[in-house]
Design a protein around this ligand. Structure first.
Ligand code: CTP
Ligand code: MG
Length: 175
C-alpha cells in the first residue's frame, strides 16, 4: 500500500524537477536568446530544438532545481544524507532540462512550431528523464503506483502552472 508519507516524500522528491522546468519562464531567459541548438538544423532542415530552448534557460533550470533540493534538504529527511538529497536534486534538474530539450527535439521532428502546444510531449519527456536518471538512487520509494501518480500529477501541475504564468504575464500563451 502507498501511504500518505510515501506520497509526501514523492512530492518533495519531484519538486526540483518542477522548479527546474519552470525556472526559464520565471527568469525570462528566452530574452537572452543564446539558443541551445546554436541554430543547427537537423536532416529535415528544421532546427534541432528551436528558439524556445536557450543555454541560459538550461543553466538556470539546473541552478534553481538544485537550490530547491538544498532548501528541502533542511526541511525533510528523505535521504540518508543532506549531500545525497542535493545530489539527487542536481541530477534530477539535469534530467529535467535534458528531457525538456528532448521533447522539443521530437516536437520539431513532428513539425510542431516552437512555442506551440503538444499534449504530453510538453509534459512527459522532462519528468520521465528526470525520474529515470535518479531511479538508481531511490528505487524503494519509486514504486509503480508512485511513478504513475507522479506522471499524472505532472500533467496537471504543468497545465496549472502554465496557466498561472500566462495570467501573471510571464508567458504569452496559456500552455
Ligand atoms: N526556455 C529557455 N530555455 C530552455 C527552456 C525554456 O529559455 N532550455 C524559456 C523560453 O523562453 C521558452 C519558455 O522558457 O519559450 C517556455 O519553455 P517551453 O514551453 O518548454 O518552450 P517552448 O517555447 O514552448 O518551445 P518548444 O515548442 O520547443 O517546447
Ligand atoms: Mg511550451
Amino acid at each position: 500500500m502507498t501511504g500518505l508519507l510515501e506520497i509526501l516524500q514523492a512530492i518533495v522528491f519531484i519538486l526540483p524537477a518542477y522548479f527546474a522546468n519552470a525556472a526559464p519562464v520565471v527568469f525570462r531567459t528566452g530574452a537572452s536568446r543564446i539558443p541551445l541548438d546554436l541554430k543547427i538544423k537537423f536532416l529535415d532542415r528544421r532546427r534541432l530544438l528551436g528558439k524556445g530552448k536557450t543555454i541560459p534557460g538550461f543553466i538556470i533550470g539546473i541552478i534553481i532545481g538544485t537550490f530547491i533540493g538544498v532548501l528541502t534538504s533542511y526541511v525533510v529527511d528523505i535521504y540518508p544524507t543532506k549531500s545525497m538529497h542535493v545530489m539527487v536534486a542536481f541530477l534530477m534538474s539535469v534530467g529535467t532540462m535534458v528531457g525538456d530539450s528532448l521533447g522539443s527535439f521530437i516536437k520539431r521532428r513532428l513539425d510542431v512550431k516552437s512555442g506551440r502546444p503538444s499534449y504530453l510531449l510538453d509534459q512527459l519527456p522532462f519528468i520521465i528523464i528526470a525520474i529515470a536518471i535518479v531511479y538508481p538512487f531511490w528505487p524503494s520509494i519509486l514504486t509503480v503506483p508512485i511513478i504513475a501518480g507522479l506522471l499524472v500529477l505532472t500533467v496537471v501541475v504543468h497545465q496549472g502552472a502554465n496557466w498561472i504564468a500566462y495570467k501573471a504575464g510571464m508567458k504569452k500563451v496559456p500552455w
